[in-house]
Design a protein around this ligand. Structure first.
Ligand code: NAP
Length: 345
C-alpha cells in the first residue's frame, strides 16, 4: 500500500481485437494501482475479486464487428466478466465493507464498480462461494431458464445435451433427469464421458470426437429419436440432431461454441426437418428470463442441499492463469465450470 490509499492492482488486459481461436498472447498481465477508498457521493463500490468466471461468450466481445446484445471489449482495457468479490469500500446504501457480492467485474485484483445496482449480495449459505459464478450464477441460470422455459420438457421425453460436462450442460442434464427424462450427453474426452455417466447421472454419453458419424452415434443412443435438444455447440452436431428429431420436438439454441472463432461459419443442411417433424427451434439469452432468478436460486439450493445435484468445477489458481484457462474453453481443456481463484476471503 502507498500511504494507506493505494494498492497494487494486477490486471488482465485485452491487447487488441482478435481473429480465429483465442490465444494466451491475445491478453497480457499489467500491474496498475487501485485507490482503496471510493469518492464520496459517487454511489460506487470498490471490490476485491475472489473468483472470476471464464465463459465462452466472452470470445464474442473480443472481435471488432460485433452485432450483439453486449458491446465488444475495448482493446487495452481490463477484461470484464462475472465474478465473486468482497466489498472493500462503498458509497452505495445497499453495500458495506465486508459484504460478499457477485456480478460483472474486471479481470483484476480490485475493481471500482460505478453501477453497483448490478451486483447481487450473497447471503451466507452453506454452499461454496465460487458456485456463484457457476451453479448459482449465469451458467446455472442459463441451464435452468433454457431447460424449463425454452425446451418445454415433459416427463419421459428423450433429451440430448451437447458440451454436456460444461458449466451449463452438466446442470441441464441433471435437471432433465430430475424431470423424469431420458438424458444423453456428448463431450470431447473419455474422462468427460465417464463423468457424465458415473457422476452426473446421464443415462448415456458419447465422445463426439471419436464418432466417425454423428448421425450413427445419435441413432445408437436414441433409437426412438430426440424430443429435446439443448444445443451448446451448433455446427455439425446440430445438423446431425435435426434428422433425429421426433415429431413436435424442441431445440433450445443456447450457444454455438464450435462456430465462435470461425469467420466463415458452417452451414446447416437439414433445416427442412423443422417442417416435416414440426420442430420448434428457439434461440434464447438467459438475461431474457431474469425475473425467474430468485426462484432458480431457491430451487437449485434446495436440490443441492438435498444431494440431488452435484456441480463440477475446474479451478485455476491466480489471476495470471486466467488467459490460459479462457483459451482452454475452446479446445475442451476445462472439465466442468472453469473458474479462476484470484484471492482468498
Ligand atoms: P463449457 O461447456 O463449460 O466450456 C466450453 C466447452 O465447449 C468445452 O469444454 C468443450 O467441451 C466444448 N467445445 C469447445 N470447442 C468445441 C467445438 N469446436 N465443438 C464442440 N464442442 C466444443 O461452456 P459453458 O459456459 O457451459 O457454455 C456452453 C454454451 O452455452 C456455449 O456455447 C455458451 O456460449 C453458451 N451460453 C449461452 C448462454 C445464453 O444465454 N444463451 C449463456 C451461457 C452460455 P468438449 O470437451 O465437450 O468439446
Amino acid at each position: 500500500m502507498e500511504g494507506g490509499e493505494q494498492a497494487q492492482n494486477k490486471q488482465i488486459v485485452l491487447r487488441g481485437f482478435i481473429v480465429g481461436t483465442p490465444k494466451e498472447t491475445d491478453m497480457e498481465l499489467k500491474v496498475g494501482k487501485a485507490k482503496m477508498k471510493v469518492v464520496e457521493g459517487s454511489r460506487s463500490v470498490l471490490i476485491k475479486n475472489l473468483y472470476l468466471s471464464c465463459d465462452p461468450y466472452m470470445r464474442g466481445r473480443m472481435r471488432e464487428y460485433y452485432q450483439s446484445y453486449i458491446p465488444p471489449f475495448l482493446p487495452g482495457s481490463v477484461i470484464e466478466g462475472f465474478g465473486v468479490s468482497k466489498v472493500v469500500d462503498s458509497d452505495h446504501p445497499n453495500f458495506k465493507a465486508g459484504d460478499l457480492v457477485s456480478g460483472l467485474t474486471g479481470w483484476e485484483e480490485f475493481t471500482l464498480i460505478a453501477k453497483a445496482e448490478q451486483l447481487r449480495k450473497i447471503q451466507s449459505e452453506d454452499i461454496p462461494l465460487s458456485y456463484h459464478v457457476g451453479l448459482l450464477g449465469m451458467p446455472g441460470f442459463t441451464a435452468y431458464a433454457g431447460f424449463y422455459e425454452v425446451c418445454s420438457p415433459k416427463k419421459g421425453e428423450y433429451v440430448f445435451v451437447s458440451a454436456a460436462s460444461g458449466a451449463v450442460g452438466q446442470l441441464v442434464g441433471q435437471l432433465a433427469k430430475l424431470h423424469g427424462c431420458y438424458v444423453v450427453g456428448s463431450a470431447g474426452t473419455k474422462q468427460k464421458v465417464d463423468l457424465l455417466k458415473n457422476k452426473l447421472g446421464f443415462d448415456e454419453a458419447f465422445n463426439y470426437k471419436e464418432e466417425p458419424d454423428l448421425d450413427v452415434a445419435l441413432k445408437r443412443c436414441f433409437p426412438q429419436g430426440i424430443d429435446v435438444y439443448f444445443d451448446n455447440v451448433g455446427g455439425a452436431m446440430l445438423d446431425a440432431v435435426l434428422v433425429n428429431m421426433r415429431l413436435h420436438g424442441r431445440i433450445a439454441v443456447c450457444g454455438m461454441v464450435s462456430q465462435q472463432s470461425i469467420s466463415d461459419t458452417e452451414g446447416i443442411h437439414n433445416l427442412f426437418m423443422l417442417i416435416t417433424r414440426r420442430v420448434r427451434m428457439q434461440g434464447f439469452l438467459q438475461s431474457d428470463y431474469l425475473h425467474l432468478f430468485p426462484q432458480f436460486v431457491d430451487k437449485i439450493i434446495d436440490y443441492y442441499k438435498q444431494g440431488k445435484i452435484v456441480y463440477i468445477e475446474d479451478m485455476n489458481d491466480g489471476l495470471e492463469s486466467a488467459p490460459a484457462a479462457f483459451v482452454g474453453l475452446f479446445s475442451g481443456k476445462n472439465i466442468g465450470k472453469q473458474v479462476i481463484r484470484v484471492a482468498s476471503e
